[in-house]
Write a protein that binds this ligand. Structure first.
Ligand code: FE
Length: 183
């Protein structure tokens, strides 16, 4: 599949599945992901991290979920499901932060007292489904991951990208950046 095809598939997904409600948040899935990418751009993040922020929740889109993911609960698995779907087009610099963005939340809940307190009610609720704050060996294991820092950055944009007053740029704003990252 060419880079243009990949961008077209993703644009279609944002327009269709993206219109759905985002887990009890006041923005749609698409608006949430576009806001996350906008925040990454505002922080002058490298292209791969802007793309990771834009695509971090594609695991919530129906096509990205396999039977296995559905069996194990979509919420705990959406990072992994999204990353493996995206791997058909993108390298680990994009897919790994996507895969690890739920782990990054569990890590930050364990290591930053203020982080948990600032989470949205829906995000506190899903934390339980996702395994709660990390403990013991899990913390060191996460820190050793080469994409841990990238995943934490994506996570912080993710948490801020739920503002119903913010109008993010359209998907087309990010198409050239996405095309430059497809392999
Ligand atoms: Fe998210």
């Amino acid at each position: 599949m060419s880079a243009d095809d990949a961008v077209r598939v993703l644009a279609d997904k944002f327009a269709s599945d993206g219109a759905a409600e985002y887990l009890g948040e006041p923005v749609t899935q698409a608006a949430h992901m576009l806001q996350a990418a906008m925040l990454a751009e505002q922080d002058r993040a490298e292209a791969a991290l802007v793309a990771a922020a834009l695509l971090h929740d594609v695991g919530h889109f129906a096509e990205a979920m396999t039977g296995h993911d559905l069996m194990s609960g979509t919420d705990t698995r959406h990072g992994a499901a999204g990353a493996s779907w995206l791997a058909q087009w993108f390298g680990p610099e994009v897919t790994e932060p996507v895969r690890l963005h739920v782990a990054a939340k569990r890590y930050l809940c364990a290591t930053e007292p203020d982080y948990l307190a600032a989470l949205s009610p829906a995000s506190v609720y899903t934390l339980g489904v996702q395994g709660g704050p990390m403990q013991g060996d899990e913390l060191a294991g996460f820190e050793e991951h080469p994409y841990a820092a990238a995943a934490i950055r994506v996570r912080r944009w993710d948490d801020r990208a739920k503002d119903p007053e913010v109008t993010p740029p359209p998907f087309s704003h990010f198409e050239r950046l996405l095309r430059s990252l497809t392999r």
